[in-house]
Ligand binder design. Structure first.
Ligand SMILES: NC(=O)c1ccc[n+]([C@@H]2O[C@H](COP(=O)([O-])OP(=O)(O)OC[C@H]3O[C@@H](n4cnc5c(N)ncnc54)[C@H](OP(=O)(O)O)[C@@H]3O)[C@@H](O)[C@H]2O)c1
Length: 346
């Protein structure tokens, strides 16, 4: 831990707000933070980086965004070396093996092993290096399959997850177990957030392996280019709450700075903003100006029918937080994908 400013990282091109740029008064009077973001090259990490770059970082914050090129976090020695090198005071832990329904169904073992190793390595290195606060990322898709709705933060461990993604789900649930244990045994402030389905720029737009929205955006793009029908997988009936990556990033900044509970908090739009896959597809069709036929392949799995989550805990803390309207966020994401088609992950 740093009683004063941690040593500056002037040569690191990922450093966006450096302590050296702080006024003396800020150095003396404010708590300096060096924030390490694991998974900084992914969908959520890039959104946080955008906000920080655009001025939403604070003067006492130094941000370091990491990818798997910096260290393989499934490897304990590499993770420990990373913490020794950067000596963070705070960590946002986003790195994970992530994927949509079909990738999860194929690789449950890999999802379990990779995520358990990454989470354990990051949390234990954070503990050993005296990190003040860690915010990790769970997901609403790890909740019990058989449950009452809406789900809330107290229900994570109440029963088995959906069979399609049990590897990912159990690995993510263990973060909450570890957070409680680090708090009880070592008084660590390690907490977690629970986002619903995230989408936005820099998503994985791979049709087979990605999540439903980026997959649909990519399929709509191809259908338009090739003059074919847009085929939606499944019945289109399942419902989801989608959160725009920039809204989630803004909430992450708030959790890092203000949220003081070990227990997780659901970061989601309201229950009234749940949309069906069919409605989501229609929104993409409108955003991309697609004029062709839309079909539904009901031979493909629907996954969990719904996962309606309550955001009332979030609303108690932030009653006035404004989410970007779904259609606007979809339009911005589609426009980015079309403009960056060659570079986008797909
Ligand atoms: N996307 C969603 O809908 C959603 C919903 C709820 C919760 N979440 C959670 O949100 C977090 C961020 O998800 P995301 O959608 O931003 O994921 P993403 O776009 O797939 O990015 C994953 C990130 O993890 C890094 N990573 C993967 N394996 C790694 C390893 N072995 N060592 C070091 N870094 C590794 C990747 O680095 P490279 O770029 O170098 O590969 C990348 O930066 C995850 O914890 C995820 O479980 C996501």
């Amino acid at each position: 831990m740093f009683p004063t400013c941690p040593p500056p990282l002037t040569k690191n091109k990922r450093t966006l707000v450096c302590c050296e740029e702080m006024a003396d008064g800020e150095r003396m009077g404010m708590k300096s933070k060096r924030i390490l973001v694991t998974g900084g090259s992914g969908l959520v990490g890039k959104a946080i980086e955008q906000l920080v770059t655009e001025g939403e970082g604070q003067a006492d914050e130094e941000w370091i965004f990491l990818s798997s090129k910096d260290a393989d976090l499934t490897n304990a020695a590499e993770t420990s070396a990373l913490f020794a090198k950067y000596q963070p005071t705070h960590v946002i832990h986003l790195a994970a093996m992530v994927g949509g329904l079909f990738r999860n169904m194929k690789y449950n073992l890999d999802f379990w092993r990779n995520n358990v190793h990454m989470n354990d390595n990051v949390l234990h290195s954070a503990h050993l290096h005296g990190v003040t606060k860690v915010v990790s990322c769970l997901s609403t898709c790890i909740f019990p399959d058989k449950t009452s709705y809406p789900i809330d933060e107290t229900m994570i461990h109440n029963g088995p997850p959906h069979h399609s993604n049990f590897g990912y789900s159990y690995a993510k649930r263990m973060i909450d177990v570890q957070n409680r244990a680090y708090s009880e045994q070592h008084e660590r402030m390690f907490t977690s957030v629970i986002p619903t389905n995230v989408f936005g720029k820099y998503d994985n737009f791979n049709i087979e392996d990605g999540h439903v929205l980026p997959g649909l955006i990519h399929k709509t793009y191809l259908a338009q280019r090739n003059g074919t029908a847009l085929e939606v997988w499944g019945s289109g009936k399942p419902k989801r709450q989608f959160i725009y990556s920039l809204d989630l990033a803004r909430l992450f900044l708030w959790v890092l700075r203000e949220y003081e509970e070990i227990q997780p908090i659901i970061l989601s739009v309201g229950e009234e903003d749940e949309v069906s896959i069919k409605e989501a597809a229609e929104s993409i069709v409108t955003a991309m100006g697609f004029k062709g036929e839309v079909t539904f392949d009901t031979s493909k799995s629907d996954g969990q029918y719904k996962k309606t989550a309550s955001n009332s805990k979030l609303r108690k803390y932030l009653p006035d937080f404004k989410f970007t309207p779904f259609s606007q966020a979809i339009k911005e994401t589609c426009d980015w994908f079309v403009a960056n088609y060659e570079l986008a992950r797909k």
